[in-house]
Write a protein that binds this ligand. Sequence first.
Ligand SMILES: [Zn+2]
Length: 398
Amino acid sequence: MAINLEELQVELIGDDERGFDFLLPDALKPLAKLELPQRGVLSAYLDITPEQVATGKVRLKLKNMARSWQESITDKQERRAFDEELARIEEYLTYELKEPGRSLVIFSSKPANLWRAYRVPVPIRTRVVWDERPYLRPLLTVMDEYERYGVVLVSREETRFFLFYMGEIAEYSFSLHDYVPNRHKQGGWSQARFQRHVDDHALHHFRSSAEIAARLAERDNWQRVVLMGTEENVARVKEYLPKAIQERVAGEIPASINDNINTIRDKVMKLEQEIERQTEARRVEAVITAAEKGQNGVLGYADVLLAVQEGRVDLLVVPEGLSHPGWECTQCGGLVADILAEPPKACPYCGGTLKEVEDVVDLAMQKVLDTGGTIEVLRGPTRDTFLKEGIIGALLRY
Ligand SMILES: [Zn+2]
């Protein structure tokens, strides 16, 4: 059997009534290409909680961030354009935003005919950027940390497929229905012959399910796979999965084929959080051990930022919410954290001029991603231990 996903026009269908938006990096590709001849795109990142939305603090935060831009824009026409975009975002916050999620990411540009508002389930530091293009870096940094979970929910005659990412789930727009004769209605057939007939149909169904799963996994880059259903059905579909996909199976969860999408999401989320906590604990231990033994691990701002500057960071470990002021070199981009008694006079790496920055952690994360490294943001119980041990840490490539 050959299954052509393009012919089936398989799409992902989320449910945006539930708080967060289902957002994949692909959706940002058109935004990455967008560029205006002059500044005209307003990007706003708002770290929000429902209370802040209800009391109007979000709008206040936005206004404060916008003020420094307004003061720096001297051209009258440009200032008017900025204020227009700002007003549009304020209107959205006041009248349209209902379920805010954890962070709100908005890109607004009238000349580019652009309006995007994403509710993201993780905290992102509040900031406002006015530029020729959308400011995507913080969003991409966050997204990079999450894995995609393909979910296969199987019964004897139906299979549903889902994609779970960043705390949200979407269902693929088709499900596989196969006719499997009922075991109890035998007609005039002999028991043995009827049983073979049933088995053939079931085998066909599990094999097709596995084939579709494998194709979706390849097309949509499923990094982990979750199989759901009865133990028996899960085992059968699993045996037909290609080896490479079998190895990505992160869990097998009991579920009914008619479970609603929220139930499925909550079950997968529980598994994801367990896996994430284990990964965190393992990585924290690796960094601390390597640092103690004087091997390829470093702890603390000075050593970590030096390694970042040298492009040697393979894995950066950062407790969630960590930020620290400091300086960035205008010449080489080197970062210095504000941990010294006296501010440095020049860049320690190249001697260039330094400018103050609000948060060196955020800049370090972006640099690590640019040099092909990975970031682990600690959210579980390891977070507090790590803050005591060394605040920030890294495993180095060499
Ligand atoms: Zn420098």
